[in-house]
Design a protein around this ligand. Structure first.
Ligand code: IPE
Ligand code: IPE
Ligand code: MG
Length: 243
């Protein structure tokens, strides 16, 4: 064996909990929605940085199943921001070869928004430069519950055998079925919790909690975190080297 260490592979799938928009706006004496608009503007730079830092899959948390608890005006403002964002960014995302997918429950979303989401998925389906997944009305528990419901329905109708249900079955029924598990989950804004994001999928993910508020997050900060990840030893429950 060569004596020098082989460099550890960087993360292929990075998931980001984009938090801190509200505080960013409030600290400037502005309404919370101002922070959401500033936050949405950060996304493009991070998506564009992915190929440079070797990230193939980027998954971003835009709206949780619990975020409906916010004021009606904040929720309405966010929903209209999502519509505007998709409309404004669709062409550029497609041109950059980004394949966009959405995860989360679409049933509660406005049909006009769902149509824009479906169209963007269709437009970018064959792209391969970056896989961008946007979690919208997404909750990890909700996703698992919806998956179990379909597993139960398929077992009842004989499509699958209940005795054969295992981890890989459930994985195939999740919204994320075509995605690998995230290698790294980043949360901005100093909160060290996962707030119902990718519960099943992040069982062995590395976590990086940083104080930066999402509207201040830059490609440089992203690149630093990716570089730092290279030094981590992931064991997946095994013992890799005797110490
Ligand atoms: C994250 O920023 C965006 C969404 C949850 C939609 P927040 O709106 O949670 O910002 P803070 O945490 O209140 O600062
Ligand atoms: C998580 O942030 C959801 C998103 C970033 C979309 P929240 O701000 O909703 O989470 P909590 O309430 O602080 O746990
Ligand atoms: Mg928050």
């Amino acid at each position: 064996m060569a004596s020098e260490e082989t460099p550890k592979a960087g993360p292929s799938h990075v998931a980001i909990i984009m938090d801190g928009n509200g505080r960013w706006a409030t600290s400037r004496g502005k309404p919370r929605l101002f922070g959401h608009h500033a936050g949405a503007k950060r996304v493009r730079e991070i998506v564009e940085a992915c190929p440079e830092v070797g990230v193939k899959y980027l998954t971003i948390f835009a709206f949780s199943t619990e975020n409906w608890k916010r004021t009606q005006s904040e929720v309405a403002g966010l929903m209209s921001l999502f519509r505007r964002y998709i409309t404004a960014e669709a062409k550029a995302l497609n041109k950059k070869g980004v394949c966009v997918r959405f995860i989360g429950d679409r049933v509660r979303l406005d049909p006009k928004l769902v149509k824009l989401m479906d169209d963007l998925e269709e437009l970018t389906a064959d792209n391969t430069s970056v896989n961008l997944t946007i979690a919208l009305n997404y909750g990890g528990r909700d996703e698992v519950a919806r998956a179990i419901k379909r597993v139960a329905q398929d077992a009842a109708s004989g499509v699958i055998d209940a005795d054969s249900v295992d981890e890989s079955t459930l994985t195939r029924y999740l919204d994320t079925r075509v995605l690998p598990d995230p290698d790294l989950v980043i949360r901005t804004s100093g909160e060290a919790r996962i707030s119902n994001f990718l519960l099943w999928q992040s069982a062995y993910s590395e976590y990086e909690f940083i104080d930066t508020l999402w509207p201040d997050f830059t490609a440089e900060i992203f690149a630093d975190i990716i570089e730092n990840y290279g030094g981590r030893e992931r064991r997946f429950g095994a013992v890799l080297s005797e110490t």
